[in-house]
Design a binder for this molecule. Structure first.
Ligand code: SF4
Ligand code: MSK
Length: 675
């Protein structure tokens, strides 16, 4: 290992303080190892490059070549009229709203293009054009077919018969794929929302027509000299984001469930300690399960394991990073190697024989890190390649997916013998249970008698569960890795708020041991702890990947349907949070949560603060229209308490605030009251 001399240290760029960079000990150890080896990671680069303060506030416009026009806030704040404007006269509100809208467009595009890819593979499977993918979960297919108006039975000679599953799948697949570009109408899944919410969207004129059109329209509207009213731009943000949450993402989730199986709870492990020194380690990173499903199936084949043994390994260890981790964790119990910020570190262990990536959240610097080790870095998606020449591209295609996966896994096995002796896998990992969804929440917290979310609702009404929080999203190197995720989630469950998690928050919670039923007794308030103990569930339910935020929308809709907690999502004692967001997808998710009536708090900052009027519109005015609002709080404890205060406000409006006070009284309190 390279020594750091005094001279080198004097000339060296500023390096991250590992303890300030992350709360995770294994991650700290690997940051130190990278620094000792002279390999920079995102944590160091965050020290060396600070963000532009004007861009951070959303008030830099580069939408035409007369700019960039930068509109910094005056030092003493805005006194009187805000006269800031770009060369064309665009105000700070217009510029911030246009920038925000382009983030929504990019985020919605990423989720929805993922969904489109799944729909194409789904249709190929339905038409039996591929051997690699099959219609696996017929129950899920039969449950979604009616939304598309596809009949599941047929009348033959006066008798009702079940239709052929593949025939149904072809019709569903064709209609699903049409959602991206149909010439008229509105998105099919919008009607899955509670009726008052759907009517609200209709009245406001924000029902998405098709997925692609809403994204394209944002790009048109935000072109120089088009839409110059932040309120009108925000309206299109809502329409495009709904095309994501209730469109592309929801279709991705449903069609993936049909192709690969609807998740049910299962146990695995999380953190980089899942990698094994004596195994071939393959890390799969990115988002689309089209790739990872094939890698999982191939790596588990007995002949592959034998091949690995023939090369001196004891077996094959798969691990996931980012949402690919969530996808293969929730369906196969494949361990999660780490969150977004740990991707370079997986290679820095020296034990990563292949890292296979597809789309989204993949650092280009992985190529530079891989160069320092034996790791094969393999890109697989036609739209996501890297310029560095040590990166191999094996294009994955549903028509030869088995052969592609076979080639990739064999390449990793062949690379095992090239591994250097200097391997360092931090020995930390936690047990985690994942694989919850709309269906399994109903199974665990629903009433078999009523077959709905009745038991969950009952426990919210009686106050054992104070409310529901959806805590989701990324890591961000501008804040301490996982700290806000964990502090916020712990504060929520301590206050009897059950947490639904997706994305990198889900992985952070898994690493912290919060996805186990046992964690309830340690971290939860008395009400939630009692429920978790009785039902045997963790206080933090892992619902999957970023596209699976659609599961949160549908679970919340089921709560409304079960009754007793209002008629719309905005009536629920519920709140959303993205503590360490960084992706444009998070902005799209935030916008569709808010437009669906959810109070949504982001950590760090929002790229709207430089335009206070627009910023205020996203909270105060959006709430008047949709019942949900954006909020911002960087301090994790205050952040959690904003959510709890909102939940309590909703409990009061529903008239169930007193029930909670009663349930939290112990026997002595009750006796004192009776006396
Ligand atoms: Fe400047 Fe207007 Fe061009 Fe933006 S569109 S860069 S504000 S001139
Ligand atoms: S992977 S979008 S860092 S959650 Fe979906 Fe994690 Fe955020 Fe990527």
């Amino acid at each position: 290992m390279a020594e750091i001399t005094k001279e080198k240290a004097a000339k060296a760029p500023k390096l991250a303080d590992p303890i300030a960079a992350t709360i995770d000990v294994g991650t700290q150890e690997l940051i130190v190892r990278a620094q000792q080896l002279g390999i920079d990671t995102v944590f160091d680069r965050a020290e060396q490059m600070k963000p532009c303060a004007i861009g951070l506030q959303g008030i830099c416009c580069k939408n035409c070549a007369m700019g960039p026009c930068r509109l910094p806030l005056p030092k003493d704040g805005i006194q009187g009229e805000d006269t800031r404007k770009g060369l064309c006269g665009a105000t700070a509100n217009t510029i911030a709203a246009r920038n925000f809208a382009r983030m929504v467009a990019a985020g919605a595009a990423a989720h929805s293009d993922h969904g489109r890819g799944v729909a194409e593979v789904f249709l190929a499977a339905a038409r039996k054009e591929t051997d690699a993918y099959k219609i696996k979960d017929t129950i899920k297919l039969l449950s979604i077919a009616p939304h598309f108006g596809v009949a599941t039975t047929v009348e033959v000679d006066g008798e009702t018969k079940d239709r052929d599953i593949y025939e149904i799948a072809v019709e569903v697949g064709e209609l699903a794929l049409a959602e991206w570009g149909k010439p008229d109408g509105e998105l099919i899944y919008l009607k899955r929302a509670p009726k008052p919410l759907y009517e609200k969207w209709k009245k406001m004129g924000v029902l998405p027509r098709n997925i692609d059109r809403e994204i394209v329209e944002i790009m048109h509207r935000t072109h120089m000299g088009v839409d110059q009213d932040y309120k009108n731009i925000t309206k299109q943000c809502t329409r495009a984001s709904l095309a994501d949450g209730w469109g592309g993402s929801m279709l991705a989730t449903d069609l993936q469930d049909v192709l690969f199986g609807t998740p049910t709870p299962l146990q695995a492990e999380a953190n980089l300690g899942i990698m094994k020194e004596d195994h071939v380690n393959i890390i799969v990173h990115g988002h689309e399960p089209i790739l990872s499903e094939m890698i999982v199936a191939t790596a588990q084949k007995p002949e592959m394991i034998e091949y690995a043994k023939s090369k001196g390994a004891k077996g094959i260890q798969l691990g996931g990073i980012c949402c690919t981790a969530n996808e293969i964790f929730q369906r196969h119990g494949v361990p999660q190697a780490g969150t977004f910020l740990q991707q370079e570190l997986a290679i820095i262990t020296g034990a990563c024989d292949a890292m296979v990536v597809d789309v989204q959240c993949v650092f280009q610097n992985l190529a530079n890190v891989a160069k320092c080790f034996h790791t094969k870095l393999i890109t697989t998606h036609p739209i996501a390649r890297m310029e560095q020449n040590n990166v191999m591209h094996i294009e994955f295609d549903e028509h030869h997916a088995i052969e592609d996966a076979d080639r990739i896994v064999r390449m990793a096995i062949d690379n095992f013998e090239n591994r250097g002796a200097d391997v360092m896998i931090p020995p930390y990992k936690s047990a985690a249970i994942g694989g919850f969804g709309v269906e399994s929440i109903e199974y665990h917290l629903g009433g078999t008698f009523r077959g709905t979310y009745f038991t969950l609702n009952d426990n919210i009404i009686n106050g054992r569960i104070r409310g529901i929080a959806g805590v989701v999203g990324c890591n961000n190197a501008r804040t301490r890795h996982n700290e806000a995720h964990i502090k916020i989630v712990k504060e929520l469950i301590k206050n009897d708020v059950i947490v639904l998690t997706t994305g990198c928050n889900g992985i952070a919670c898994a690493m912290e041991g919060l996805l186990t039923p046992e964690s309830a007794a340690v971290h939860c308030g008395p009400g939630l702890s009692e429920i978790c103990e009785t039902v045997g569930i963790p206080p933090v339910l892992h619902l999957g990947s970023c596209v699976d935020n659609s599961r949160i929308l549908l679970a919340a809709t089921e709560v409304v349907k079960a009754g007793g907690l209002g008629k719309d999502l905005c009536d629920l004692p519920a709140a959303g949070s993205a503590p360490e967001w960084m992706s444009e997808k998070a902005i799209s998710i935030g916008q569709y949560f808010v437009s669906s009536g959810v109070y949504t708090v982001f950590g760090l900052h929002l790229p709207t603060s430089g335009a206070p009027v627009f910023h205020d519109y996203l909270s105060t005015e959006m709430e008047k229209i949709y019942g949900g609002k954006w909020d911002l709080e960087a301090d994790p404890i205050k952040h959690a308490h904003l959510m709890i205060a909102h939940i309590d406000k909703k409990r009061k409006e529903l008239g169930i605030d007193k029930a909670r006070e009663r349930v939290l009284m112990d026997m002595a309190d009750r006796q004192a009251l009776e006396a």
